[in-house]
Design a binder for this molecule. Structure first.
Ligand SMILES: [Zn+2]
Length: 285
């Protein structure tokens, strides 16, 4: 079944993955579902930035002929679908799941324990809504806050999911590769490397959107592997809003330019982009 070792010799692949979730999401103590970072003291979930950012990032990827993997949080996707035709917008890209209401499935951040039946219900509700909205049954899952456990992995496998992309692995000896889990799923990890100052750098782009990192830091990260699949990640809302508030039009433009620069340079370096479902189909089935 696993043909991975045949193909893994000196391949440099990358994926751009986008979590489509509620704006500036935050765990709320004692609440299963996430809120948004308070604006004027109000932490009710908001979806406008996620909607706007999604249009902008899809436009960018389409312009570059790169297919992305979009981890949709079902409730957010439903709000977006009330504003735009999400099925048409995401045509040609991969659709995956990011939960129903951005639940903290392990309760680490909220202190809310979710039992196995409730976890199953969350996964199923999310899959159903995502399929209704996009016409695609998700094959992959990324847990909100990257909080995942074996129960969730087994539930996903039982439901026909093929992979999870919630954990982070370090690039080791120039390699960052997916691997099979005991549940039967393939784990496609996010990546961690070391920046020019010896500090840890994660393949989530959010510090760049927050003005704490430069595109060059991620270009260095792309130079740290010569084999495997590097999974870049961002949030749709993060193109147009940060933890400190909404961005001006010129900052949105430079944010998009920064993402484009990273993807452009990756292509220049001979890295090939692939969606996570296609990766699994190609190397494991
Ligand atoms: Zn999320």
């Amino acid at each position: 079944m696993f043909k991975a070792s045949i193909y893994f010799q000196f391949m440099r692949l990358a994926a751009i993955t986008i979590d489509v979730d509620r704006d500036v999401n935050m765990p709320l103590p004692g609440r299963r579902e996430a809120g948004s970072a308070p604006r004027d003291g109000n932490d009710t979930p908001r979806f406008a930035s996620s909607t706007q950012g999604l249009s902008l990032i899809v436009e960018l990827l389409n312009d570059m002929s790169i297919r992305g993997t979009f981890f949709l949080e079902a409730d957010t996707a439903r709000h977006i679908a009330s504003e735009v035709n999400i099925r048409n917008m995401l045509r040609g890209h991969e659709i995956a799941s990011h939960g129903h209401s951005h639940e903290d499935l392990t309760g680490k951040k909220t202190g809310v324990f979710i039992d196995i039946a409730e976890k199953a219900n969350i996964i199923d509700k999310a899959s159903q809504i995502i399929q209704e909205l996009t016409g695609q049954f998700p094959k992959g899952f990324r847990a909100p806050y990257q909080n995942i456990d074996n129960t969730v992995l087994e539930l996903l496998a039982e439901r026909g999911y093929l992979y999870d992309s919630s954990i982070t692995n370090s690039i080791t000896n120039g390699r960052i590769n997916p691997h099979a889990l005991s549940s039967g799923l393939i784990e496609i990890p996010l990546a961690k490397g070391v920046d020019a100052n010896g500090k840890s750098i994660h393949s989530y782009l959010w510090p760049m959107h927050e003005g704490k990192r430069q595109p060059g830091d991620y270009l260095d990260l792309l130079d740290q592997y010569d084999d495997g699949l590097l999974v870049l990640a961002t949030h749709s809302w993060h193109i147009v809003e940060t933890f400190t508030g909404p961005l001006s039009r010129s900052l949105i433009d430079s944010n998009l330019d920064n993402v484009r620069m990273i993807l452009d340079e990756a292509l220049e370096k001979g890295i090939e982009f692939i969606t996570l479902d296609k990766y699994v189909e190609k190397f494991y089935y």
